[in-house]
Design a protein around this ligand. Structure first.
Ligand code: HEM
Length: 421
């Protein structure tokens, strides 16, 4: 049986009967797709790539409500169609299914709390403060290399990806001997053209590196790295995490921490390069770069829509009367929530002085709220703040910007610019 003909709850249409959620593509952004879907109500049924049917929640209010509702689960076992537990599911939601490993993102309740708790401690303020000088050092080294290189450059590999990639390597305290294997597998993990088989191979490669790292830190605990912190925290609980569980939480940190941050940095750079008045306000310290970060995340949430959730019970929205049925797959569209016209006036406009900029769900809401949010905010603000001061007169080249072809993340695959001081 394939995914598309797995048993479906009542009222779920067949393939071809509802609008599609395929994400950005040639000539189409995630925002364009959201605008088209809004005509179908606050939570229409959509067809995902591969012909899979799911509900996509577009309203900020409903996303908030469902994010922390016991009616909704992140774990397919709670009520998902049986076939969702195959590694052959399109890789874009491999995170939900058990063969990809048990992690905080794909679990609920007590299991989720147990897996998440050490991560929350390991990524807490103390860690973020300790990373501040490291992030500055990484950003400044990247800017030095930009200054020494050609003036026309693609900012995605040279800057927006380089920063979070190196931050994660330093955060994990990755020793030099594991770096080549880590780099090779991590590159495969973020290859949006990858087939399922390639993705499974890259995941296995990175899992092997992380397993080695956990073993190494068990034998030789480091003083100041996230893996040693995580092991300490995990062991301190009543029900310590196994080494395999630790490895899988680290894999989650890597994917959740790089693929999102690269796009948040890239999008804010483009926002400022295309809005000279906003750039002027930030450069002249009339508006803090942190405010520009929030407005950019609101308008183009880097984690646009993270699959997959499942309805555990029927749920009727008290405001609209809309019912979501037990067994339905649900996607909370965080990018759509950020541009909900019920919350934001003129939501498509980039306005860093907007009073509602911080009312977004770019880091999620409820029990799965991103534990790396403070670190991510610091990374984005440092990277973009230092870039615009170093190269304030930079211009985008004439090549049209291509959005990443995905409904899960919003960002640019490349950002060609002419650097200028
Ligand atoms: C701009 C950057 C980032 C964005 C937009 C982002 C967004 C998100 C969102 C929306 C979720 C919740 C998904 C859901 O509710 O289903 C999440 C979860 C998570 N994020 Fe982030 N994230 C970012 C950076 C980071 C960083 C830097 C780290 C760690 C170094 C991180 C680690 C995690 C982890 C471990 C989870 C799972 C939490 C759980 O399920 O309990 N994220 N992130």
């Amino acid at each position: 049986m394939s995914l598309t003909d797995a048993p479906r709850p009542a009222a779920v249409p067949a393939r071809g009967e509802c609008p599609v959620l395929h994400g950005a593509g040639p000539g189409r952004t995630n925002a364009d797709e959201v605008a088209r879907l809004r005509a179908h109500g606050p939570a229409p049924q959509v067809e995902l790539p591969g012909g899979v049917i799911a509900r996509v929640v577009l309203s900020h209010r409903l996303t908030q409500l469902l994010s922390s509702s016991p009616h909704v689960s992140r774990n397919w076992k709670a009520s998902g169609p049986a076939d969702d537990n195959k590694v052959t599911v399109p890789w874009y939601w491999a995170w939900t299914v058990e063969p990809a490993g048990s992690n905080a993102l794909n679990s609920d309740g007590d299991k989720h709390r147990r897996l998440r708790a050490p991560l929350v401690v390991a990524l807490a303020r103390k860690r973020v403060d300790a990373m501040e000088p490291v992030i500055k050092e990484i950003v400044r080294a990247a800017l030095e290399d930009l200054a020494d290189g050609p003036s026309t450059v693609d900012l995605v590999p040279a800057f927006a990806l380089r920063v979070p990639h190196q931050v994660v390597i330093r955060l994990l305290g990755m020793p030099a001997e594991l770096l080549p294997d880590f780099r090779a597998s991590a590159a495969g993990l973020f290859d949006t053209e990858a087939t399922n088989e390639q993705m499974v191979r890259s995941m296995q490669g990175i899992r092997d590196v992380l397993a080695e790292l956990v073993t190494l830190r068990r034998e030789h605990p480091g003083g100041d790295d996230l893996v040693s912190d995580l092991i300490r925290e995990a062991d301190a609980g009543e029900n310590p995490l196994t080494d395999i569980e630790l490895r899988d939480q680290l894999l989650l940190v890597i994917t959740a921490g790089i693929e999102t941050t690269v796009h948040a940095i890239g999008t804010l750079l483009v926002d400022l390069l295309t809005h000279p008045e906003a750039l002027h306000l930030v450069l002249h310290r009339k508006v803090a770069v942190a405010d520009a970060v929030e407005e950019s995340l609101r308008r183009n949430s880097a984690a646009a829509a993270v699959p997959m959730r499942y309805m555990v019970e029927d749920f009727t929205d008290p405001v609209t009367g809309l019912t979501l049925h037990r067994g339905e797959r649900v996607i909370l569209h965080l990018a759509a929530a950020g541009t909900d016209p019920e919350v934001h006036e003129d939501p498509g406009t980039f306005d860093i002085t907007r009073a509602t900029s911080r009312q977004h769900l770019a880091f999620g809401h409820g029990p799965h709220f991103c534990p790396g949010a403070a670190l991510a905010r610091l990374e984005i603000a440092t990277a973009v703040g230092e870039f615009i001061r170093r190269f304030p007169a930079t211009r985008l080249t004439d090549s049209p910007l291509q959005p990443v072809e995905s409904f899960i993340v919003t960002g640019y695959g490349s950002i060609p610019v002419q650097l200028a001081r």
